[in-house]
Write a protein that binds this ligand. Structure first.
Ligand SMILES: CC(C)(COP(=O)(O)OP(=O)(O)OC[C@H]1O[C@@H](n2cnc3c(N)ncnc32)[C@H](O)[C@@H]1OP(=O)(O)O)[C@@H](O)C(=O)NCCC(=O)NCCS
Length: 181
């Protein structure tokens, strides 16, 4: 049975191992598989994962498999990314600023391929939303590609398309979930 907990609930050693597993899952699940240089790879990891581990370690949730290995993770933030300096390098947050005020929390979730389609991702998102609700956030969001498969996953969890924009020539959608309903 897969168990969900916060990264910070693990022992210090287990957190180190978990962080390595999270990075492995991050790269395996990423749509970007080749990098111009080692520095470009590090910058990519920092942009979509590293800074969440650094600034919001309490909002990192992990899914632990039978052997206690991390088989999935969710990393997120409660800070409105359109008005938070550390996210200023992500251009699309500016486009979505009126929406991020209503749905300030955001998340990134990825699972090992072998664990997908078993409800584990839903449990990770529910854990994050429960923490966000307890912290008094009005809503949370994800940004993903228009028409990609994970849109259905989020919609079943109560996320609704609230807007779209172009990012690097591709249409992306802002999916917001109210926590006040
Ligand atoms: C998206 C993801 C976190 C969902 O977790 P999960 O435990 O597989 O989800 P559930 O079992 O609760 O729901 C199944 C739904 O997940 C989504 N999903 C499953 N495999 C997927 C994949 N390889 N890529 C994208 N979405 C996927 C689909 O919407 C699926 O529903 P469908 O079969 O009707 O298309 C997980 O599948 C995953 O890590 N996918 C690859 C990476 C990804 O897309 N991450 C989200 C980035 S915004």
């Amino acid at each position: 049975m897969t168990r969900i907990c916060r990264l910070l609930d693990l022992s210090a050693n287990a957190q180190l191992e978990a962080t390595a597993s999270i990075a492995r899952i991050f790269f395996a699940a990423s749509g970007t598989q080749s990098f111009a240089s080692p520095d470009a790879k590090i910058a990519f990891q920092e942009r979509w994962l590293g800074r969440y581990l650094t600034f919001d370690p309490g909002l990192v949730f992990v899914a632990l498999g039978d052997e206690g290995m991390v088989v999935g993770y969710l990393a997120g933030s409660f800070d409105d990314p359109a008005s938070t300096a550390r996210f200023s390098d992500v251009g699309f947050f500016k486009d979505f600023a009126p929406l991020t005020r209503r749905f300030p929390g955001h998340l990134h979730v990825n699972l090992d391929a072998s664990l997908r389609n078993g409800g584990v991702g839903s449990r990770l998102v529910d854990a994050f939303c429960e923490a966000a609700r307890a912290a008094g956030l009005p809503g949370v969001h994800v940004v993903t590609g228009k028409g990609v498969r994970n849109v259905g996953f989020y919609e079943r969890l109560g996320f609704i398309e609230r807007g779209s924009t172009l990012s690097h020539g591709k249409e992306i959608v802002f999916l917001g979930r109210s926590l006040r309903e």
